[in-house]
Design a protein around this ligand. Structure first.
Ligand code: EPU
Length: 371
């Protein structure tokens, strides 16, 4: 376990390239090192920041007055009780199944997209629409990562985690994870450090049914149809690239934390209020995007509200701007500061509230800052 206390700048570990130094920085390459680093800091009363791929993180310019523990544990395997250090590929062992699905177990420090790519290559269906998402696998249960009609709550069956309160390793089943839209029992609680995630995937060369209208259109199928896994992956990667949502050092629009705000979910009276405000602002025929939720509420599009409130793509000052490809991503070209990014985020939030009466909530995790 490498421990460095020479002020490692966290900017180098975030996709936004923002954030000051951590007091101490630990690189944990095994579960034991990870548990040891977090457990020891907890016993000493030292604040802990568990650092994954940094793709959903906004860190203060002042940095983090505690120990950042970088998760660098690796290993993907399948089957309950199967070998936990089976090396780099997605290996299948007999008995590793549930309801006819193949169980794939992966350590938190695995990079998410190569994991998806391997599943697609090996004919394991269920995560293909989550292609091109940056970050580490261990972060996916925390905010129930989702895109293009799929989210990880559909395939995660178990999360093995270090429980900081009890000081022991625990296993949470799907119910205990309490998944919701971009949320889970883990989000904001900081009680658990994810060590390993088990997915149940179909052994099938076809994708799960395509649910996202834009993706179905791109693939030339009707919603509900299935397509070869590779086609689904390629189509999602193409769509994400077009929105600046696939990391690319040559594309400054990808220096972001993905969607900066969650899509608001509105009660019926908020819907009525929004209808009125949209008509007042944009004319009687104007309609806003509506995605019905199972509980009767309505999800709308934060990107649409931002656009229509007057914050067009590319809006901003200096290096900190709204992406030129997607209104929901805030980006930092070279030389920006977290404070500038937050000033822009506040301006957007306040402008959308003034125009439409809806208060946007940040989606990335904030460290040492608030909106
Ligand atoms: N839109 C605009 N302006 C834009 C972009 C989009 O008005 O600049 C409107 C359009 O009406 C469009 C609608 O917003 O139809 C939805 O846009 P999009 O399909 O890009 O999806 P999103 O709701 O903005 C969500 C997730 C993304 C995920 C995509 C695809 C959240 C907060 N974001 O974005 O996830 O990739 O759907 O499934 O739920 C992330 O969480 O970081 C993320 C990138």
């Amino acid at each position: 376990m490498a421990v460095r206390c020479e002020q490692v700048r966290l900017a180098g570990y975030t996709t936004l390239r923002l954030g000051g130094p951590a007091r101490c920085f630990v690189e944990a390459t095994t579960d034991d090192e990870l548990i040891d680093a977090v457990g020891r800091a907890d016993r000493e009363g030292e604040p802990v920041l568990v650092l994954g791929g940094g793709s959903n993180l906004v860190v203060a310019d002042e940095g983090f007055a505690g120990t950042a523990v970088h998760v660098a544990t690796r290993g993907v395997t399948t089957g309950p009780g199967g070998p936990r250090d089976a090396g780099r590929g997605v290996t299948t062992t007999p008995g590793g199944s549930r309801d006819g699905r193949v169980l794939v177990r992966a350590r938190a420090g695995e990079e998410w997209d190569p994991f998806v790519a391997r599943c697609v290559e090996e004919g394991l269906s269920g995560v293909e629409c989550l292609s091109g998402i940056p970050g580490l696998l261990g972060a996916t249960p925390i905010q129930n990562v989702g895109a293009y009609g799929q989210d990880v709550s559909e395939t995660i069956v178990e999360v093995r985690a270090y429980d900081r309160e009890r000081g022991e390793v625990v296993v949470l089943d799907r119910d205990a994870c309490r998944f919701g839209y971009r949320s889970s029992a883990f989000k904001g609680a900081h009680r658990h450090v994810v060590l390993e995630v088990t997915f149940a995937l179909e052994h099938d060369d076809l994708s799960a049914p395509i649910r996202y209208a834009e993706l179905a259109r791109t693939l030339g199928v009707d919603p509900g149809e299935r397509v070869p896994l590779r086609d689904a992956r390629e189509a999602v990667l193409g769509l994400r690239r077009g929105k600046g949502m696939v990391l690319d050092p040559a594309d400054p629009d990808t220096r972001s934390a993905g969607s900066f705000f969650t899509n608001p979910i509105l009660d019926p009276d908020q819907v009525t209020d929004l209808e009125k405000r949209v008509a007042d602002r944009l004319g009687a025929g104007a309609v806003f995007p509506r995605y019905p939720e199972p509980d009767g509420r309505t999800k709308t599009s934060a990107a649409w509200l931002i656009d229509k409130a007057g914050f067009t793509k590319g809006y901003g000052r200096g290096p900190v701007r709204i992406s030129t490809k997607h209104a929901l991503a805030l980006t930092n070209a070279d030389g920006g500061r977290t404070e500038d990014l937050l000033a822009l985020a506040r301006e957007v939030r306040d402008g959308v509230r003034a125009a439409f009466g809806v208060t946007l909530v940040n989606e990335p995790v904030f460290v040492g800052v608030r909106l």
